[in-house]
Design a protein around this ligand. Structure first.
Ligand SMILES: [Mg+2]
Length: 365
């Protein structure tokens, strides 16, 4: 089997929960890149790339389209789609970084290989260890009262894990967590995500002031580059500390381990360059004996299907994962994944297992 054609198009997904933001900023639309890979046999695959917010990723949809259509596509036409290691090495030799665009190719190839074999794509990387994965829903940084109301609504729908975006002042952040805890009751697992907002001492002071409200996990409290500061936070607070922006690869996962900077690593398919590379970072965590979970970029069922295929395959997964953000998107062109009582299961159809409305995204031909 040989790849004959690769095409990418831009599609804007609307966030139905307006005003959503983190300590770094926010926006109500997310530009996603859908791409299609065809072969000389009947099988084809559809992937999705998430450029993310430019203030985090440095990427844009325009540069993703340029990379996929003009550089990655031509470089892999003629290749056997099952030669994944070789294809990814090829992409790495053409462009340094740009992992979010490479992740789109990786997902399309997983979809294609699964469809060619008639199996869900998790069969390509070890199968399902966790048939059901508990879902963490993300909550943007709103005023404390509004955050509590929105959180209660999610808890009432069966979600048992919430991640709250924080990072303004100690007083406000503590108030956010207090109000949410009072609204959702004692059983819900609460993560807070600072998105790098604090100095180490500020983070320690804030997290320790939240002690009565039982925060389970503290995500990226300090600058991504400040591994010493993260190690200090980790030693000074009782919740687990998770690295997100600080870890974009297996190599950076190893640096976190060496620095003792986190208890948990957030594996994300877009930032890490796809399922294949995210599993290499997962192997570093397993070898080092630190925890991981699957994080996400908000977008489509297609991306969240990839997330749940990955999460379900992770042998040491213990923590809830970010698999439900498609629910707050108003115009997802995909179907075939739903959250049931706060849990997600990998689709059983071939490939990523999602029906993509190809005409709607502009990839019907
Ligand atoms: Mg994060």
């Amino acid at each position: 089997m040989k790849i004959t054609k690769v095409r990418a198009v831009s599609y804007k997904v609307q966030n139905a929960m307006t005003g959503w933001k983190t300590s770094l900023g926010g926006h109500d639309t997310h530009e996603m890149i859908f791409l299609r890979v065809d072969t000389d046999e009947k099988a084809s695959g559809v992937g999705i790339a998430s450029p993310g917010a430019i203030f985090i990723s440095g990427d844009t949809g325009t540069n993703h389209l340029e990379l996929i259509n003009n550089r990655f596509g031509p470089a892999i036409v003629g290749a056997d789609p099952f030669d994944l290691e070789g294809i990814i090495a090829r992409l790495d030799s053409i462009v340094h970084g740009a992992e979010r665009a490479k992740a789109g190719i990786d997902l399309a190839l997983h979809d294609l290989m699964g469809k060619a074999l008639g199996v869900p794509c998790n069969r390509l990387f070890g199968g399902v260890v966790h048939p059901r994965v508990r879902v963490t829903r993300l909550m943007g940084m709103y005023e404390p009262k509004e955050m509590a109301e929105k959180s209660r609504a999610l808890a009432e729908r069966g979600y048992t894990a919430l991640k709250l975006k924080v990072g303004t002042t100690v007083r406000e952040d503590v108030e956010r967590v207090k109000r949410v805890r009072e609204a959702v009751g004692p059983e819900v697992t609460i993560t807070i995500d600072f998105n790098q907002a604090c100095s180490p001492k500020e983070a320690i002071r804030t997290v320790n002031a939240m002690e009565p409200y039982d925060v389970a996990l503290v995500e990226q409290p300090v600058k991504a580059t400040d591994l010493k500061g993260m190690a200090l936070v980790r030693q000074s607070v009782s919740p687990l500390v998770m690295a997100d922006e600080a870890v974009n690869s297996a190599t950076e996962a190893l640096k976190i381990v060496e620095a003792g900077a986190a208890d948990v690593i957030s594996l994300k398919i877009p930032k890490m360059g796809g399922i294949f590379k995210a599993r290499k970072a997962a192997a570093v965590c397993e070898a080092a004996g630190i925890e991981y979970l699957v994080g996400t970029a908000p977008g489509s069922r297609l991306l969240d299907a990839a997330n749940v295929h990955l999460a379900a395959s992770l042998r040491n997964l213990r923590l809830p994962c970010e698999i439900g953000e498609f629910e707050r998107m108003a115009n997802d062109p995909c179907a075939g994944l739903e959250i049931v009582n706060g849990f997600s299961s990998p689709p059983e159809r071939p490939g990523l297992g999602i029906e993509v409305d190809l005409a709607r995204v502009g990839l019907a031909e």
